[in-house]
Ligand binder design. Structure first.
Ligand code: ADE
Ligand code: ZN
Length: 345
């Protein structure tokens, strides 16, 4: 027999919202910073991953890019990140945000960056059986023209592992402003790439940010999107259209300043019937892992085991991989769930 905690630990999972650099361990971050002479705010592992808020986190997130300079270093982070996730969260498939514009600042170009990441993730796939896709993320503090330039670069460098375009960080003014990247997203769609964007996450965001992501950019998925519950009409629409939302419970305690309880916006989204799937956002950098998101995050939100099971399966439907890969994932999950469901006390 399994108790709920073990059931949630063993539940097979996908993760669609995971920033690659944030899968780096504290040890590697500190060693790499020393190697490349990058100053960190602290090298004390007990305090390295403390942040006041999202803006403060983004400074540390940006610094983490500066410590990775070669394809080999990227491959190492990518490989180790999968190894750790395989142990912690019964992970079966993961999509990664990679920010080429942050790596370009330290002279690492798009192709060597991606080749390093793909090499590490492919090796990990062979060793741990965890599939992957890569979503190239636009930094929201670049100009709209720079965003278009990045999407053009993605189009000019065909790599089957690169499946989509996203956008993270905040604008220079500290806003989310999805509409700013209308041209970049239009081009992404023309190139046949899937699309998603961070929207409706921050304390000063509004449902309009989610609406703009849907109406101006026409995204396939939304990252975070929690402000949708502040607008009943929009909430009803996203339920009706079953728009996938990539939600990250533990990160909201840091980036949005919210407590994990049954009144939390993610709990209200799930209750309302929104198509939610669950991720870590910034796994090690937020001291979390996918197992913890389910066993502590969802439990604190008041989500029961059958609902958690449904959210895990939602992640397959919302993934940017091929229909064949989805069918293989569904078959794998079905096999594992048959045993797990029978053992749930
Ligand atoms: N980059 C990494 N994590 C992020 C988050 N939660 N919000 C915006 N940008 C991010
Ligand atoms: Zn994110």
């Amino acid at each position: 027999m399994l108790d709920v905690d073990d059931y949630l630990r063993l539940l097979p999972k996908t993760e669609l919202h995971c920033h690659l650099v944030s899968t780096m361990t504290a040890g590697m971050l500190v060693a790499q910073a020393e190697k490349h002479g990058v100053p960190l705010r602290t090298t004390d592992p007990a305090r390295l991953f403390d942040y006041r808020d999202l803006q403060d986190f983004l400074v540390a997130f940006e610094a983490a890019h500066q410590v990775l300079r070669t394809p080999e270093e990227l491959a190492q982070v990518a490989y180790d990140g999968v190894r750790i996730a395989a142990e912690d969260g019964a992970l079966r498939y993961r999509e990664y945000f990679v920010n080429p514009q942050s790596f370009a600042e330290v002279g690492l170009g798009y192709r060597p960056l991606m080749e390093g990441v793909i090499e590490g993730l492919s090796r990990a796939q062979a060793d741990f059986g965890i599939g992957f896709g890569i979503v190239v993320a636009i930094r929201k503090d670049v100009t709209p023209a720079q965003a278009v330039e990045l999407v053009r670069l993605v189009g000019d460098t065909p790599l089957p592992e690169v499946v989509g375009i996203g956008a993270d960080y905040l604008t220079a003014e500290g806003t989310e402003d999805p509409a700013r990247f209308a041209d970049a997203y239009r081009l992404a769609k023309r190139l046949g790439l899937k699309t998603t964007i961070h929207a409706g996450e921050t304390p000063n965001a509004s449902p309009d940010d989610v609406r703009a992501a849907l109406d101006v950019l026409g995204v396939d998925r939304i990252d975070h999107g929690y402000r949708v519950v502040d607008d009943p009409q929009l909430l009803a629409r996203v339920v009706d259209e079953q728009i996938p939302f990539d939600c990250t419970p533990i990160s909201t305690t840091i980036c949005s300043g919210w407590r994990l309880d049954p009144q939390h916006r993610i709990a209200r989204m799930i209750e309302a019937g929104v198509n939610v799937n669950i991720s870590t956002d910034d796994a090690l950098f937020f001291r979390t892992d996918l197992g913890r998101e389910y066993r502590e995050g969802l439990v604190a939100l008041g989500v029961d085991a059958p609902t958690a099971r449904r959210l895990a399966l939602n992640g397959i439907d919302a993934a940017f991989c091929s229909d064949d890969e989805k069918a293989a994932l569904r078959a794998r999950f079905a096999g594992e769930l048959l045993t797990l469901d029978a053992m749930l006390a």
